[in-house]
Write a protein that binds this ligand. Structure first.
Ligand code: ZN
Length: 490
């Protein structure tokens, strides 16, 4: 019995494929989680399906892991800036709810989507708001080590004192200090310096506020991940994951403050893994013209969450992926074919690890002919498209007996998590239902259609096309009739 091929992962730190060697008997894994101020959209799902695949790969290799995934319910300012309003406070004002209600509502929505996508629960979901005293202690320590300076707007980390600053981002330090996305802050020494503590502006009382050695205020956004990961996984741990958008700023700052805090000359975290963007109409999903589709929109349009998961896994996590309803529809057709075949093979055996699979395969060469490439694929930086291809091939292969196909299906599902062992064919039938859309969403769709009618009346074709694309992404089909436009879900 072996652990098969060496697991190799692409480390953003150094931008290369590396052998993964755990430093402890249980691998510590920290995944940057959601800021719970609105419904998560489809692009927000990709980092968690990716981290789930990574966990399944570790389990497959017999490597226990412990995952911490944070819930950001304070500290994340609009536009990721240091001085803006807190995203949760803005949402609370918009929805006439308390910040606690906002956090509870959208945390719940996040967990619902995770469950629908068959993402295995993390071991811990720390809330930033519960760690503010520890964040203050952390910043006090940085201050006593001479890494900070105080301005009226808050306590800042001086990035010029961090020798390796920006290594993760392959950053030209001078370039970053002149960085473009960072707002002007009066008195800040370098543009890359960031707030550890955001002081309350005189006369502007924050809703979420804590007292600190620097007065009343709230923590900076980057602080929570350093504090909660070290608090729950220990000073150093093996893997940190997140979307590629975090590679340039958030993770760079996490590393700088953590290594300054620890001061032991060791890299804080050994492997940094980032998933690429999910694009809508080849634009960053967050910049789309209309409301960005959510999982609930796909479900209302008759697309199963597992079809979306299959669509995601049909691309490699480090490749940009173009979301279209048609692509998810195609994934659903693939899923239906898989279920139709696998249903007849059930029940599938319980397989979690390569060792489980090898024990069940015995010395059957026809099965080994699939086990080996599947192991090679997951070992090669989580090549899920290849696993999917092997699964499909195995189900057509006359050289495999039913029991062989049953085992390959169980193996593929241990890694892909598509619920092949339990999903019913009728669950993945295409059945759109406008009635299951939320009232908010129906109102937004009708608003977009009205804007489209107006844009067309003004011969503003560019705007009309933009709106059409946004409606397409929501699976909305508009038909123009003599009585005006009517719509349905495709
Ligand atoms: Zn983070």
């Amino acid at each position: 019995m072996t652990n098969g091929q060496q697991l190799r992962l692409y480390n953003s730190l150094g931008r290369r494929l590396e052998d993964f060697t755990p430093s402890a008997s249980t691998v510590g894994l920290y995944s940057c989680g959601p800021t719970v101020y609105s419904f998560p959209h489809l692009g927000n799902m990709r980092p968690y399906v990716f981290a789930d695949t990574l966990r399944r790969a570790l389990t497959w290799k017999g490597i226990p892991s412990r995952q911490v995934l944070n819930i950001t319910d304070v500290g994340h300012a609009v536009a990721d800036s240091d001085t803006g309003e807190d995203k949760l406070e803005v949402a609370a004002a918009r929805e006439l709810r308390s910040v606690e209600e906002i956090a509870a509502r959208y945390t719940e929505a996040f967990f619902e989507d995770m469950a629908a996508l068959n993402v295995q629960p993390a071991d811990e979901y720390p809330r930033a708001s519960a760690y503010v005293p520890q964040m203050i202690d952390f910043a006090v320590q940085l201050e006593s080590l001479g890494y900070t300076y105080l301005l009226p707007s808050g306590l800042y980390f001086d990035t010029s004192k961090s020798p390796g600053y920006g290594t993760l981002a392959l950053m030209d330090i001078a370039g970053q200090r002149e960085g473009i996305r960072v707002e002007h802050v009066e008195g800040r020494r370098h543009k890359s310096d960031f707030a550890l503590w955001r002081s309350e502006e005189p006369g502007k009382r924050r809703v979420m506020r804590w007292d600190s050695p620097w007065g009343w205020g709230a923590p900076g956004w980057h602080l929570e991940c350093s504090v909660m990961s070290m608090g729950l996984l220990g000073a150093h741990f093996d893997i940190h994951t997140g979307g590629v958008d975090h590679r340039q700023l958030h993770h760079v700052n996490e590393i700088a403050q953590s290594e300054a805090y620890l001061g032991d000359g060791q890299p804080w975290v050994r492997y940094w893994l980032h998933n690429e963007w999910l694009l809508i109409d080849s634009a960053k999903i967050a910049k789309s013209a209309g409301p960005v589709p959510r999982l609930a929109d796909l479900v209302a349009a008759g697309q199963h969450p597992m079809a979306f998961r299959l669509f995601l896994l049909g691309g490699h996590y480090r490749s940009q992926l173009d979301f279209t309803p048609a692509a998810v529809g195609a994934a659903q057709a693939t899923l239906r074919r898989l279920i139709a075949r696998v249903e007849a093979l059930r029940p599938l055996p319980v397989v979690e690890t390569l060792a489980d699979a090898e024990a069940l395969a015995g010395d059957n060469p026809a099965v080994k002919a699939y086990l080996d490439p599947i192991d090679a694929a997951i070992s090669a930086d989580l090549a899920t498209p290849k696993i999917l291809a092997s699964l499909q091939e195995s189900l057509r292969d006359p050289a495999l007996t039913d029991s062989g196909q049953r085992l390959v299906a169980a193996v593929a599902d241990a890694l892909l998590g598509l619920r092949l062992g339990s999903l019913e064919l009728r669950e993945v039938e295409h059945r759109a239902s406008v009635a299951s859309l939320s009232a908010d969403r129906v109102a937004q769709i009708e608003q977009l259609i009205a804007e489209r009618t107006q844009a067309r009346g003004e011969k503003n074709w560019a705007r009309a096309d933009e709106i059409r694309a946004a409606l397409d992404a929501l699976n909305v089909q508009v038909t123009d009739t003599p009585n005006g436009p009517v719509w349905e879900l495709r």
